[in-house]
Design a protein around this ligand. Structure first.
Ligand code: KG4
Ligand code: ZN
Length: 336
């Protein structure tokens, strides 16, 4: 493929239907994300059956829009990349089947991309001259991991949550407080008007290694609200958010020191959180390394990160066979 090769990316692993065209793994020509929030909001969370059906309806118009905005037809593309896991199997299959069909019709390679690796590429897309290794704090709705990224494609797991993912904790606490779905942005908005010191919520395993735990925090929030039913949602949200941010930043700094990181990188939906971004950037300054923060739109699920990861993968590992399937439990490909 040429250096400026055009990759169409498709992302349908959860509740965003997304397509994007990226040139040379870096220049985003178009990125279209259609959220299914309205479909799932009434249920307070993603309903897998409904997600799959919504992807089926939305993918064709989303694809058409991404190609139109990029000003390119199928025959102008060099590859089609799609998320093959982890995610909801019914949703993954919609994107994977479409990507394979288009690759076949247009006579270009298909590339199956790991969603978590896609998140790691989101920051790379927007930053030049990254020095390796970087420590990536990958915080999404389904995953919370600290990873030493030694180079694109080389990941070493340093720590992970032992129970809930950080985004899951935001979603569960938001649901408990009746703040709506998705929980992360709702908590952040409420927290802006609250006192982060109103409640002394626990910072689990703060002095203990690189693994994390959030289920106790969620329980502490429930107990505190039952004890003080008059407490303001804003204060509870702000105190909860502060507890999550404190733990994530302390663990990231510890991981960066241990791994000799030359940069700190945020990835995944929770990376859109303002106070986390601010604290993370401050920690990087203290460590004397750059912070690579993806723009907010690039933190949450999108297809530009999938196209970027797909371009790198095609260049270095080659295309994915058309008979390869989707894997709902796929993990980051780890070394060591
Ligand atoms: O990466 P993502 O879009 O999807 C997954 O791969 O899971 O992450 C979604 C998660 C949700 O749990 C959502 O509540 C959280 O990211 N999130 C946030 C914010 N925006 C999204 N959490 C905290 N603050 C935000 N502003
Ligand atoms: Zn994601």
């Amino acid at each position: 493929m040429t250096a400026g090769g055009l990759v169409l990316g498709i992302e349908t692993s959860c509740d965003e239907t997304a397509a994007a065209v990226v040139a040379g793994g870096r220049a985003v020509r178009s990125s279209v994300v259609s959220s299914q929030v309205d479909v799932h909001a009434a249920f307070g969370g993603v309903v897998p059956e409904l997600a799959g059906r919504a992807h089926l309806e939305l993918l064709t118009p989303v694809l058409a829009e991404a190609l139109a905005r990029a000003g390119v037809g199928g025959t102008g593309l060099d590859a089609v990349a799609a998320t093959v896991g982890p995610g909801l199997i019914g949703s993954l299959l919609v994107g994977v089947s479409e990507a394979k069909a288009l690759a076949l019709a247009w006579g270009v390679p298909f590339v199956g991309v790991n969603h978590l690796e896609g998140h790691c590429f989101a920051a790379l897309l927007e930053h030049d001259a990254i020095e390796w290794p970087v420590v990536v704090l990958l915080v999404s709705g389904g995953h919370t991991q600290l990873v030493a990224m030694e180079a694109p494609g080389r990941y070493r797991l340093l720590g992970r949550t032992l129970d809930d993912a950080a985004g899951e904790a935001f979603d569960k606490v938001a649901r408990f407080l009746g703040l709506g779905y998705p929980g992360g942005p709702a908590i952040e908005a409420a927290a802006a008007a609250g006192d982060p010191a109103a409640f002394a919520f626990p910072r689990a395993m703060l002095d203990d290694g690189l693994d994390l735990s959030f289920s106790g925090l969620k329980t502490a929030v429930v107990r505190a609200v039952r004890r003080r039913p008059d407490a303001s949602d804003e204060d509870v949200a702000a105190s909860f958010q502060q507890a999550v941010v404190d733990v994530l930043v302390v663990k990231s700094v510890r991981a960066a020191r241990l791994a000799g990181a030359r940069g700190l990188c945020l990835a995944g939906g929770v990376a859109a959180n303002g106070p986390l971004r601010q604290a993370f950037a401050g920690a990087a300054v203290e460590l004397g390394v750059p912070a690579h923060l993806p723009s907010r739109a690039m933190c949450t699920d999108n297809a530009a990160m999938i196209a970027a990861a797909g371009w790198w993968q095609l260049e270095h590992l080659g295309p994915t066979p058309l008979d390869a399937g989707a894997d709902p439990d796929l993990g980051l490909p780890l070394v060591g």
